[in-house]
Design a protein around this ligand. Sequence first.
Ligand SMILES: NC(=O)c1ccc[n+]([C@@H]2O[C@H](COP(=O)([O-])OP(=O)(O)OC[C@H]3O[C@@H](n4cnc5c(N)ncnc54)[C@H](OP(=O)(O)O)[C@@H]3O)[C@@H](O)[C@H]2O)c1
Length: 279
Amino acid sequence: MTENGRPGTAVVTGASSGIGAEYARRLAGHGWDLVLVARRAQRLAELAAGLRERAGTAVETVEADLAEPADLDRVAERVAAEDVALLVNNAGINGYGPFAEVDAALLTKVVDVNVVAPTVLTRAAVPAMLARGRGAVINVASLLAFAGSLPPGVLPHRAVYGGTKGYVVTFTRTLAAELAGTPVRVQVVCPGLTATEFHLGTGETPVRGERRVHDEGGMPAADVVTASLAALATGEVVCVPGLEDADAVERLAAAELALRQAAGTAAAPRYRAAEVPDL
Ligand SMILES: NC(=O)c1ccc[n+]([C@@H]2O[C@H](COP(=O)([O-])OP(=O)(O)OC[C@H]3O[C@@H](n4cnc5c(N)ncnc54)[C@H](OP(=O)(O)O)[C@@H]3O)[C@@H](O)[C@H]2O)c1
């Protein structure tokens, strides 16, 4: 809480729809002032007006394309400001499609929005939070971060998307370990299929028209946000909203430890006799 008894300002990227809009509504309901970021200014303006009226919070909107360096700099400057106590890096695009066929420029954009932007914004936020002695960063990843061994089929073609979300998971977990013992908390939330606009396009351009959700089912965005905020309160670093067996995260850490124990000084026997293969 700040001196005026209010929780402070939260910056939410990708607040014009889906999970981000839900974070905005929920945080406003708990007295947070907001900075809402996305490309669709009209959507942000409508959401902001409703929140100001219903929740009585201060809401700024920032029209920005996080794949554009100048826009990202502008958002980073706002994130670094004194009043920001929570950053939600939620904006994301999928760029789905067979790897050899997807437009290479779109894949670059997926990396810019899903990896570069959260990294730059977290770097902007954390020093001021450490200096003030309070703050949190929530990064939205995906269960597809853990789907590297699965072929497409039911799942989409997603090599780059899955890779970016894997980055978000490892980045956040590693940063959480680095910041342990400080008052700054970081969390990665890994939703499964969620009922939003996400699957209505690849994300290269915003989804136009009325608010819709894809017709593939999925968890309500509200449940994802409920889980994320509950996990923030308990200090869970990896939040998987649909996961009942919370020990699965511990087992992931144990499997990683087994791999890391292989950091020996010589290659394992099965590699030693290998020939250079004909390709
Ligand atoms: N829906 C799912 O099944 C699912 C599952 C796992 C994880 N996720 C993750 O959840 C997060 C939120 O997605 P969602 O499901 O809520 O989908 P969504 O409804 O499509 O929302 C995505 C948000 O990101 C913003 N955004 C996209 N590109 C942007 C850019 N270049 N600059 C600024 N903002 C940008 C969009 O706003 P504008 O278009 O107005 O810019 C929108 O507000 C994403 O990180 C996604 O990867 C979703």
